[in-house]
Design a protein around this ligand. Structure first.
Ligand code: FES
Length: 111
């Protein structure tokens, strides 16, 4: 379908989920995961201030927009951060991201 891309999401139990995301509805990856009933909290509503949408991006061949300063600041204080960490709420699916694979980072138990 036009304006829809496929994503592969690994949940925290290691299960893979093939989901689709619209590229024309201004939904970010956190919202797309929630809409697919994946366990992403999105506590701050998507303003890069809670890290409950923390994800690990596994697709190396797909270039994502650089993180903003706010996203980098939030990731600096998040738990379980890796080199491929991003905040799902700061990534808006585009046609170039078709096939993107990512994984939900462990939850911060102190939340
Ligand atoms: S939803 Fe809070 S940082 Fe993404």
């Amino acid at each position: 379908m036009e304006n829809t891309i496929n994503l592969i999401v690994k949940d925290r139990k290691g299960e893979l989920h093939k989901i689709q995301a619209p590229t024309d509805m201004n939904l970010n990856l956190m919202e797309v995961c929630k809409a697919n009933e994946l366990p992403v909290k999105g506590t701050c509503g998507g303003i890069a201030s809670c890290a409950s949408c923390h994800m690990y991006i596994h697709s190396q061949s797909i270039e994502l927009p650089e993180p903003s300063e706010d996203e980098e600041d939030m990731l600096d204080s998040a738990y379980f951060v890796q080199e491929n960490s991003r905040l799902g709420c700061q990534i808006y699916p585009s046609n170039e991201m078709d096939g993107l694979e990512f994984e939900l980072a462990p939850e911060d138990e102190s939340e």
